[in-house]
Design a protein around this ligand. Sequence first.
Ligand SMILES: [Zn+2]
Ligand SMILES: [Zn+2]
Length: 468
Amino acid sequence: MSMVATPAFAVCLLPPHRGGQDPFRASEVPARSQLYSLAPYEIETIWRESLTGYINRLGWTHHVSPRAFAAEMILPQVMRDLGEPLPTAARFGANLAMSLNGTGSLASAGGALLNYLTRRTDLQLLTLPWWVGDLPSLRQLRATPAWCPVCLAQWRKQGRPLYQPLLWMFHIVTLCPRHRSPLLERCPCCQKRQMILATNNTQPGTCTSCGTFLGEDARSCSGEPGHEPQMAWQEWVIAVLEELLTASQASSPLQWAPFFKHLATYLKEHQAYSKLARVTGITRQALHRWVKSDDPYVPTFQTLLKFCYVCQVTPVQVMRNQLDHLHQARALRRGNDSALPARPVRRVVDRERSQALLQAVLEGREEPLGISQVAQRLGYDEHSLLQHFPHECAEITRRAKAYRKQRKEQRFALIGEQVRQATFAVHASGHYPSQHAIQSLLLPGVMRIPESKATWHAALQELGLESR
Ligand SMILES: [Zn+2]
Ligand SMILES: [Zn+2]
């Protein structure tokens, strides 16, 4: 098998596993390709692979750390082309790499380079523009990858590839459309978020920090009954994503200009600004900005989807000027967008997972969270957590109080020092250090704090300007 590789990877680029349970059945390597020409998974469906998932898979297939692979083969050239400074591999792999899945220049440059390296022509499809169109990627993607534990467990059981669908990267997708289980963002074992690009020794489907398998069977993930609004919203989101994908496959990348054009016409012809503002909770001013012909303000994908959900239309219907349903929205009452569900609350408490996080907080391995923050992170309500772990919760509450007190004292000490220095500075400049004079050197409102006044008086006494 002949292969051209950059020198640093020449020793690492071994043939991929073949046969057995190996999920990565690599395609044949074209003669001039630098890398295996792996076919992306599920390219035709909403389960299509993400570009960062593909990079992870390329790394694993070549037996190199995906992060190191990206740092050597992708980053230098892409950053040079974009004229941007080169980030460290660690920072890129943990934070910045998610943009490779997005709508910006990093994604288009990264996709193009990977197409070149693998001699493929379809890797740009693993990014957002070829799905949801030309909206800005602001908040469309999560900060770090999420996953459905039931999907992972099933795939492993069935000997299917464990990969990272782009669907799981959408901020707006919170439930798995197949299993209705919440997507997870933190490892149930170590509570860490996942690296976007994996490092050495990480296997597909395992935690990038502690190596635990991230799959769980459906029984241990159950316990989400009674969230019908959340289910309805998520089912609608998935249906919309499917519709956008179909439309996008017909004319890629999808353009949103017709959406705003048709909406503008509708709003004007039906004098519907106030009515739709009332129904959707989006202000009239904002709606005007959306449809301004010159320099419009483009809302986020989430906002657009929530607007469409309340108005009972899909984005593709608006793009095609099929606005009949929009009339029905008038019948809806103000505040109906409150029907948009909050995050799902898991009713069945996973004791092991909860214990791990509580312990991590108590041992200082986690930031000093309060009980409500711990509950929120686990996806439970505070009450269930208090019921199951009364002692741990009491201790965490005690420590959180002490921590807050300490922070407050530190803040006051810092402010006190600033007040003292400001008093001396004004005095040194030959002026009387009045409250007004020193306030001009400090953050607004500082001199309204009683502790600041006490420090000021003490400084005046020190300077002999006030009797003790
Ligand atoms: Zn699933
Ligand atoms: Zn872990």
